[in-house]
Design a protein around this ligand. Structure first.
Ligand code: UTP
Length: 760
């Protein structure tokens, strides 16, 4: 077929001939155009037009015309191409080109990325492809080839990776800034949703990835369906949330069962990787390995593929390079499709649901974030969302109906039983009556914390089906529900406690965090915007909890720093480096090598330079004394405290910069580190920012083999940023001190030059 013809076919109805009496068709008649409630959308270019004239203009425009031509070329190309598999590993494109050259001139051969599984062979003429397809059997070097027409793909404009599809990362400062400007907590809550939810472009990237997976898996599992579930599609999406996919192989199994002995030419499955595999009889772990192999070898951009057969719902984990997404593929989780629809229904049922869920999720994440030694998340996102939905079912009057009520709504078309569980509920929120509850989102949030502050999670079963908590069934219950310190029953899979993995410590922490949040929500700082620009409302609520005695966090933010061995530094040097704090005198004075001289050895660029404020005013630990465990009390009394401020992210891009500088003849060791810091500071601009990124207090106390430095972030320090800084410092500082001590020892045995004694 000539290219002109292909274009005419692909581009829809031909325009009326010039001079014809018939008027041209209206622009909305173009098959690429989809009418919207307001305006139109061009499916090809993924562009919206507000009215008919701007639609007509778009259709005449360069972009649309270029994409039409491109599509026509692609279609023509597809109609000349073959999908070939079954050849021996290591077979080259040239060998395949030679073989298919017998049917017509070969234009290109594109091998899959590992040159092992399949190839796309494009002939110059469609007739050549037809001749190859008409051949009943193909064999190359003793291997039987599977030859089929190349799949025709839906052609639509795909944004360049990174081009518009990714939004700027939303750092904690940006989030805080945006939320602090809102007039009240209700506005903060709706803004939170807008800031966190996926953008249209991000959704499109996900959609394209699902389409890609569908295309590839269809080649190997004819008839299969790749369906997204979870946070990407349940109404509670957040930037960068993972992509959960179900690979539904049931249609493939049916296809296989219906054509067990069909000859190769008529059986779809015969032409696939699965010609020798009986999907019904294959154990799940093998199927999972097969899925992992297809992902690894055949999906462009997919990396880090790992089957996790031991999970409750076995999955194959992956990441995708271009979209920077991480995801899971499961082959047996149809219930998740239904609970995803249920969550979507709840999200759509009432405008307060999403703000509340987003606020609770971010709050819960921050409670884990404040705990660098672990403790982990309070609950997984699914469980947390169900807890919020349950709470909304139990308001008076309820904000959401119970699952039992939803089941009884007269919407017959939505009856569904999956894996024996009744999953009947309306698919469309329009079927639900509006709630009579008039509570505001901010008061619901405060109430959420109050209700779960002293909720008897261990002694009751939370049921979304009934919308109430009931006494626990006996431990050996016939349903097989695994009971524990937190019992939250899945709304459909009634034998599944979605919080079964929560231990007593985490359950207690959840209650404690709720109590703290409830207390804060009663304060003016929750309800009233700060006139002084301080954190208030959600931003204050999201700050991680201060460490409590007994918490894992109480021991947090510690950095053990090596101590100098006696005589490592001359007394003069130690005097120069020791902070002149009266409170530190017990620790730093005396010996030639002061035992607790942590900051004496810290390079200047961290404490005196641009990145961290000088400990110029060492404060005696009178006020704002960091909490201590009882065991620390004695030695901490001897320590010193500094207040510090971080002005630049001296850790971002540090390693790369260091590598670059190391290639030249520049300084080495600590001098190199100082240059790296200075370069980073200059990268940020000549001006010092008006505010530091974060402030913290640091205290030091000696221990037997090291000095223990303890950091305490100020209450308004953004938690994720502080964590990044802490992790950087934790690995950087001890190494820098070790080097500094080494340099000191070296200087002691060498003549000092003018520079030698100064802090780097
Ligand atoms: P996640 O816990 O990953 O939650 O479970 P999420 O809602 O996708 O949130 P992100 O991805 O952490 O942001 C993914 C999906 O798996 C199903 C639910 O459909 C859930 O949305 N799931 C999870 C269950 O069916 N049962 C469970 O116990 C957990």
């Amino acid at each position: 077929m000539a290219e002109g013809e292909a274009e005419a076919m692909a581009a829809g109805p031909a325009p009326a001939p010039v001079g014809s009496a018939a008027s041209p068709p209206p622009p909305e008649a173009d098959p690429d155009v989809e009418p919207l409630p307001r305006g139109f959308r061009c499916r090809l270019c993924q562009v919206s037009a507000a009215n008919r004239p701007s639609l007509a203009e778009h259709l005449r425009g360069k972009k649309h015309q270029r994409l039409r031509t491109l599509r026509a070329e692609r279609r023509a190309q597809e109609q000349r191409s073959l999908f070939v598999s079954g050849f021996a590993r290591g077979t080259s494109g040239a060998e395949l080109a030679e073989y298919f050259g017998a049917f017509g001139d070969v234009a290109t051969v594109v091998m899959d990325k590992e040159k092992g599984v399949y190839a796309i062979v494009e002939l110059r003429e469609a007739a050549g492809r037809e001749r190859a397809l008409a051949e009943p059997q193909h064999a190359l070097a003793g291997h039987r080839l599977r030859v089929r027409p190349r799949e025709e793909k839906v052609f639509a404009y795909s944004p360049r990776p990174g081009g518009g599809a990714r939004r700027e990362p939303l750092g904690p400062e940006k989030l805080e800034q945006a939320l602090c400007q809102a007039p009240d907590v209700d506005a903060q809550m709706s803004q939170l949703v807008e800031l966190l939810e996926l953008s249209e472009a991000e959704r499109r990237v996900r959609h394209l990835l699902v389409t890609l997976f569908q295309e590839v898996f269809t080649e190997f599992f004819p008839g299969c369906a790749v369906v997204p579930f979870g946070s990407s599609v349940n109404g509670f999406d957040t930037r960068g949330c993972d992509l959960d996919l179900l690979l539904d192989l049931e249609p493939t199994k049916s296809l296989q069962a219906s054509t067990p002995d069909a000859p190769a030419s008529t059986s779809d499955t015969e032409n696939s990787l699965l010609s020798d595999i009986d999907l019904v009889a294959t154990p799940a772990t093998e199927l999972l390995d097969l899925v992992a192999t297809v992902l690894r070898r055949c999906v462009p951009g997919v990396r880090r593929v790992r089957a996790v057969p031991s999970a409750r719902r076995p999955v194959v984990k992956f990441t995708h390079k271009q979209s920077a997404l991480a995801g899971d593929v499961s082959i047996d989780n149809r219930l998740a499709l239904l609970n995803t629809r249920f969550l979507r229904l709840c999200a759509d049922a009432d405008a307060r649901v999403r703000p509340l869920v987003y606020a609770v999720r971010l709050w819960a994440k921050q409670q884990g974030a404040g705990n660098p030694l672990g403790g982990g998340p309070l609950l997984n996102n699914y469980a947390l969302t169900l807890l919020v939905l349950f709470f909304l079912q139990t308001r008076s009057p309820p904000v959401l109906p119970t699952v039992a009520r939803l089941r009884d709504l007269p919407v017959k078309a939505d009856r569904a039983v999956v894996a024996g569980w009744d999953c009947t509920f309306p698919r469309d929120a329009a079927a639900l009556a509006p709630s009579a509850n008039t509570e505001t989102p901010s008061s619901l949030l405060a109430e959420f914390f109050r209700v779960f502050s002293d909720f008897d999670f261990a002694g009751q079963l939370v049921s979304l089906r009934e919308g109430r908590a009931s006494p626990l069934p006996p431990p050996e219950n016939p349903e097989g529900l695994k009971l524990g310190p937190l019992n939250l029953q899945d709304p459909f899979e009634l034998d599944h406690n979605v919080a079964a993995n929560v231990n007593a410590k985490t359950a207690a922490r959840l209650a404690r965090c709720c109590r703290r949040a409830a207390k804060f929500c009663r304060s003016l700082r929750y309800r009233r915007k700060s006139a002084k620009g301080r954190a208030w409302g959600l931003t204050r609520l999201f700050q991680p909890a201060a460490a409590q005695p007994g918490d894992a966090a109480a021991a947090a933010f510690l950095i053990p720093i090596p101590r100098a061995t006696r005589g490592a530094l001359a007394p003069s040097a130690s005097a120069r480096f020791a902070p002149p704090s009266p409170s530190s005198s017990g620790t730093f004075s005396g010996a030639a090598a002061p035992p607790g001289r942590p900051f004496g050895a810290i390079p200047r660029f961290l404490l005196l330079g641009e990145s961290v404020d000088s400990p110029k005013k060492p404060t005696a630990p009178r006020r704002r004394k960091p909490r201590r465990d009882a065991g620390e009390e004695e030695s901490a009394a001897e320590g010193a405290t500094w207040t510090c401020a971080v002005w630049h992210r001296v850790w971002t891009g540090r390693r790369r910069l260091r590598r670059r500088l190391l290639r030249g003849d520049g300084p080495r060791d600590l001098a190199l580190e100082r240059t790296v810091s200075q370069t980073i500071v200059h990268r940020d601009g000549a001006e010092r920012p008006p505010q530091p990124l974060l402030r913290f207090a640091a205290s030091a106390r000696p221990a037997a083999t090291h000095v223990l430095l303890r950091l305490l972030p100020s209450p308004d320090a953004p938690a994720p940023l502080f964590r990044d800084f802490y992790h950087f410092l934790k690995s950087f500082l001890p190494a820098a001190v070790r080097r500094r001590l080494g340099e000191g020892a070296a200087r002691e045995t060498q003549p000092q030059d003018g520079e030698g004694g100064s802090t780097p």
